[in-house]
Ligand binder design. Structure first.
Ligand SMILES: *Cc1c(COP(=O)(O)O)cnc(C)c1O
Length: 221
């Protein structure tokens, strides 16, 4: 199986309303270049240093998405070029991104990561933490970030009814957040959910953005 073939097969399963993020973490430049040649323009990485190295080498029309847990002290390295940060899970991090956006004279789009999985280890805000963040005074002073939606990771399970429950919960929470905090706002519209093992189910539950790694690039070590 080639990367190009894998991309064609994945794309055939995605409705036009769903954006593909090709998750290229740990994979070498040549593989990203092959995906680029097959038409992919959005790559997802989870490590700051690796993303910066790849960004320097690869074509400049690529949109780089940070999908992994991000430390505030590393935001400065990606702030000049990152196009979407999926994994914002605190007001402190949001504030740092805002400051770095100002320094770079730009606005950075972010998603707030919501904890939906059973596992303790997965990052993200609880619904009540999200509400507190969006109601805070500090949030309303941040003019160089734009919250364009939510992101979530489901429990790592083959239990499809459990996956469905988690994805539906996130979707309804997304709708509620939009209604309450972003009414009449056309940029809050991204719901990033679904990876290689569960993206079709995520799409059935309302995902608008899927993050797919191993199905495109093969297994990681
Ligand atoms: C690695 C990763 C993915 C992609 O996982 P695959 O199972 O390889 O598709 C998606 N989202 C996040 C946050 C990841 O860290």
């Amino acid at each position: 199986m080639s990367i190009t073939t894998n991309i064609t097969e994945v794309k055939a399963l995605l409705p036009d309303t769903v954006t593909l993020v090709a998750v290229s973490k740990t994979k070498p430049i040549e593989m990203l270049q092959e995906a680029y040649n097959a038409g992919v323009r959005i790559f997802g990485e989870n490590k700051v240093q690796e993303m910066c190295q790849k960004q320097e080498i690869l074509p400049k029309d690529i949109e780089w998405h940070m999908i992994g847990h991000l430390q505030s002290n590393k935001v400065k390295y990606i702030a000049p070029f990152v196009s979407l940060i999926h994994s914002v899970d605190s007001l402190k991090l949001l504030n740092t991104i805002n400051k770095e956006s100002i320094k770079n004279n730009r606005q950075i789009d972010v998603l707030l990561q919501i904890h939906i999985a059973e596992e303790e280890s997965k990052f993200g805000l609880t619904p009540s933490e999200l509400t507190t963040l969006l109601q805070s005074e500090q949030f309303h002073t941040m003019e160089n970030i734009r919250i364009v939606g939510l992101m979530g990771m489901a429990t790592n399970t083959a239990d499809t009814s459990k996956l469905e429950l988690e994805f539906k919960e996130l979707k309804s929470f997304f709708n509620e957040t939009k209604r309450t905090f972003f009414p009449n706002n056309d940029y809050f519209g991204t719901l990033s959910m679904g990876m290689s093992s569960d993206f079709q189910q995520a799409i059935a539950c309302g995902s608008t953005m899927v993050r797919i790694g191993s199905t495109i690039f093969g297994r990681r070590n």
